[in-house]
Each structure stands twice: as C-alpha cells, then as structure tokens.
Design a protein around this ligand. Structure first.
Ligand code: PNS
Length: 160
C-alpha cells in the first residue's frame, strides 16, 4: 500500500492545504494528514483536537484520507505508521530553503523521502499566519479557508 503523510500545524487549515490534500489523495492509496504539535509549546490559536476536527470536516468525501494528531519527530512518526513518503506544498522561494533543509535532514536520518507539490496559483499567497491575523481583526476569510469551516474559524479568531 502506498501511504503518504502530509504533516503540518494546520492552525487553522487553509484553502491551500485543502488543495494539497485533495490532489495528494488521488496519488496515494492512503493519505494521513498529521497535525504535528509539541506538548511543551503553547497550543496555538486553535486547540489540536479542533484542528483535527476541521481537517476531518474539509476532507469529507475523500475516502482514503485519515486525520491524526502526532507529537515527536516526523521520521519516528513515519516509521511507526509504515509511511514512506512525506508531502509538502511549496508556494514560493521563501518556502523553498526551509523545506529543503527539513527534507534533507529527514532523508539523512532515516531515508524518509519528501515529495513537493507546487501550490496552485490561486492559493500561493495564503498562509495560516495571515488567516489568523485577518480573522482576529474581523476580516473576511471567504476563500482563504474552506467554506465548510469558514464560520467556525471566523468566530474562534474574533473571540480571541
Ligand atoms: O505547517 P508547518 O508549521 O509549516 O509544519 C512544520 C512541521 C510540523 C512539518 C515541522 O515542524 C515538523 O516536521 N515537525 C516535527 C518535528 C521534527 O521532525 N522536526 C525536525 C524536522 S527536520
């Protein structure tokens, strides 16, 4: 079985993440979307179980997608779950340097491979950071996050 892991903070999941999930699910037998969190660090704007719930909601209808929360090293999570490939989306040159570093370190540690998907042009300017900033000031998040979670994300950020 060809199994891939799409890891991230997803705080919150954006329309760009949704696009990568949809496209990757068509390439693998199973896609595990992993909410990576560090229990030692502040939890972020959205609770980890809320991020998982939102990812499940927006993956509705993609039958080979599972969503899980993990902590620890990516290479260990991959090994423990029989995953050979990590998926990351690339938006810009800015992403490139840090993503290359992570991919090379993961490959050096255990041979874990990373595959990159070019972000679709309509989503290259979207990030969770910007979604949080816009949402906190009550801005319109339409199109920036998937429609199924739009009102929830707006409400949580506005209430912060
Ligand atoms: O959505 P993000 O914040 O860009 O995702 C980054 C993430 C979670 C994929 C990265 O920080 C990660 O892999 N964390 C797990 C810990 C780990 O393995 N660190 C070493 C990477 S070489």
């Amino acid at each position: 079985m060809r199994k891939a892991l799409y890891p991230g903070s997803f705080d919150p999941v954006t329309s760009g993440h949704r696009d990568i999930i949809r496209r990757t699910s068509a390439l693998f037998d199973q896609l595990i979307v992993g909410v990576l969190h560090n229990p030692q660090k502040p939890s972020g704007a959205f609770a980890v179980n809320d991020r998982v719930a939102m990812l499940m909601e927006i993956s509705h209808g993609l039958d080979n997608v599972r969503v899980c929360a993990f902590s620890g090293l990516l290479v260990d999570i991959a090994r423990e779950n029989g995953i050979q490939t990590v998926i990351r989306g690339l938006r810009s040159g800015q992403d490139f340097e840090s993503e290359m570093q992570m991919a090379r370190l993961n490959r050096q540690m255990t041979g874990l491979e990373t595959m990159f998907l070019a972000a679709s042009p309509e989503y290259v300017h979207i990030s969770s950071n910007m979604v949080r900033e816009i949402g906190r000031f009550g801005g319109d998040l339409h199109g920036l996050v998937p429609g199924r979670i739009l009102s929830h994300v707006s409400e949580v950020l506005r209430a912060e």
